[in-house]
Design a protein around this ligand. Structure first.
Ligand code: SAM
Length: 341
């Protein structure tokens, strides 16, 4: 098993330098992308340590793995051996050179997961390496079936390319955005939720209606929110319990609501609404005591360095054993209990 700082990335002990592992696509995401791009011959341009190549090799007949960094390409070879795949041709070179293009000109699909700066004030496509527009220029003469990863923080309007924008949630976090061109495009915007592989495509579903708060609230998966698919999500709920509404949302959090308890693979978490109160410490504490709370999780706008001060103040004196989540929208605070999966 191989972990990076936050997650288990691979089920086998892959070899890497430090940034190669950090940039590598986690196995569960790589498997999903490989199944979606299953084909005869695929090229991965800028393959890094081979996190994606391994799974392309398991799904496709043949893979070209192109990388300009010889150390990483060497790790990619070793990692492919580790996973027992031998249908990969490794090419040391610049993905943007016509020489590389000519070597891989029989590819059915061209894929790239370009490197991006670890931090940027505002995410853009300009600093990706290789750049997506250069890849399109060089490779669209070979095939129209192109797929690229892009920074998931970017909304479709800011990218402005004619393709499918697929946002991916992994373990409840926004993980990546993949752009699919040509025959790979299934719709304009989509969301996928991993694990579980739930997939939602943009359609002519009506926009979700807004309503007063019901007995339950739901946090939609971030990929669904980012792709703007709340109406589509609502239309997946079966008719018999179709009372899902938008409650409130801002840049940081979105809540849907209903009067009866609903299940959906596109909900990250579900909550029972215990109470609604004002953003006033003593009122919140009174509500928490009445609900036999012992702990709180803050989903309010609190400066990161004040989080524990506010949380300790709220928990101080609570004698119960339950945990409540406090969602804040302006002056309103919802006191909610998470429903176990
Ligand atoms: C985000 S990493 C790819 C990670 C890979 N998907 C994985 O799972 O291991 C991007 C890679 O593109 C490579 N790269 C950037 N520009 C390139 C170019 N013009 N030609 C070839 N490789 C390039 C970088 O060296 C880096 O290893």
């Amino acid at each position: 098993m191989t972990r990076d700082k936050h997650t288990v990335k691979f089920t086998k002990p892959v070899l890497s330098n430090k940034d190669g592992l950090q940039l590598a696509t986690p196995e569960i995401a790589a498997k999903y992308i490989a199944r979606r791009l299953k084909t005869g011959t695929i090229a991965d341009l800028g393959c890094g340590i081979g996190g994606q190549v391994i799974f392309f090799a398991k799904e496709c007949d043949r893979v070209y793995a192109v990388e300009r960094n010889p150390e990483k390409l060497d790790y990619a070879k070793k990692n492919c051996e580790l996973y027992g795949v031998d249908n990969v041709e490794f090419i040391l070179g610049d993905a943007l050179s016509p020489k590389t293009r000519d070597k891989i000109s029989d590819s059915d699909i061209i894929f790239s997961d370009p490197a991006r700066p670890l931090a940027e004030k505002r995410r853009t496509l300009d600093n990706l390496e290789p750049r997506i527009d250069d890849l399109i220029k060089l490779y669209s003469g070979i095939t129209q079936s192109l797929a690229f990863h892009a920074p998931p923080q970017m909304p479709p309007e800011r990218i402005g390319l004619d393709c499918e924008y697929e946002y991916m949630s992994l373990n409840g976090q926004l993980n990546r955005l993949t752009l699919y061109f040509g025959t790979l495009k299934k719709c304009r915007r989509s969301a996928v939720v991993l694990p579980g592989n739930a997939y939602l495509c943009s359609s002519d579903a009506p926009a979700i209606e807004t309503a007063k708060i019901g007995e339950y609230v739901y946090e939609p998966e971030p990929s669904v929110v980012k792709a703007g698919l709340l109406g589509e999500l609502a239309s997946t709920i079966p008719g018999s319990c179709n009372d899902i509404y938008f409650y409130k949302g801002d840049e940081r959090r979105t809540l849907l609501t209903s009067s009866s308890l609903i299940a959906s693979p596109f909900f990250k978490d579900r909550y029972r609404v215990a109470a609604r109160t004002e953003r006033d410490i003593s009122k919140i504490k009174g509500t928490l005591a009445a609900e036999k709370a012992g702990k709180v999780v803050l989903r309010l706008d609190v400066a990161p360095d004040e989080y524990w001060t506010v949380r300790n103040e709220l928990e101080n004196g609570l004698a119960g054993s339950k945990t409540f989540h406090l969602f804040g929208f302006g002056d309103e605070v919802l006191v909610c209990e998470k429903i176990k999966r």
